[in-house]
Design a protein around this ligand. Structure first.
Ligand SMILES: [Zn+2]
Length: 130
């Protein structure tokens, strides 16, 4: 409930045990990341609107208290499960009544993930340097 945990700056991910649990590539590349949406229009400061925006990035796990409590907000900060084997979403285009809004997506930390080795610790492009 308090995760994600970090050990020596490496993410430690705890899964609920299930009888049919299998370690496969898809599950192991899904990581909880803190994501910010700087400058998000005030009209999107509701749980419903925010969850629509967030779903473009991944599955939301936790919304920062300062975000949920609509006071003194400078940004939305949300913990989102992201599949890092795919390129991270850098920007979301939100359709507003007046015009489309280009919403930047900021990651507090980006894990290095290699699609060749299916491991964390280095990117595909770093191969050969490790
Ligand atoms: Zn590799």
């Amino acid at each position: 409930m308090e995760g994600p945990y970090y050990v020596n700056n490496q993410p430690l991910i705890l899964y609920q045990w299930e009888l049919d649990f299998e370690l496969d590539k898809e599950e192991l590349s899904i990581v909880p990341l803190w994501v910010k949406f700087p400058g998000l229009p005030v009209s999107y400061w509701s749980v419903e609107a925010l969850s629509k925006v967030v779903s473009a990035v991944g599955r939301p796990i936790h919304t920062d208290m300062f975000t949920a409590n609509a006071e003194r907000i400078s940004y939305a900060r949300i913990l989102i499960e992201v599949d890092v084997s795919q390129p991270l979403t850098e920007q979301i285009v939100i359709e507003t009544p007046s015009r489309p809004w280009d919403q930047p997506v900021e990651y507090e930390w980006r894990p290095k993930y290699c699609n060749e080795c299916l491991k964390f610790g280095h990117n595909d492009v770093d191969r050969g340097n490790n």
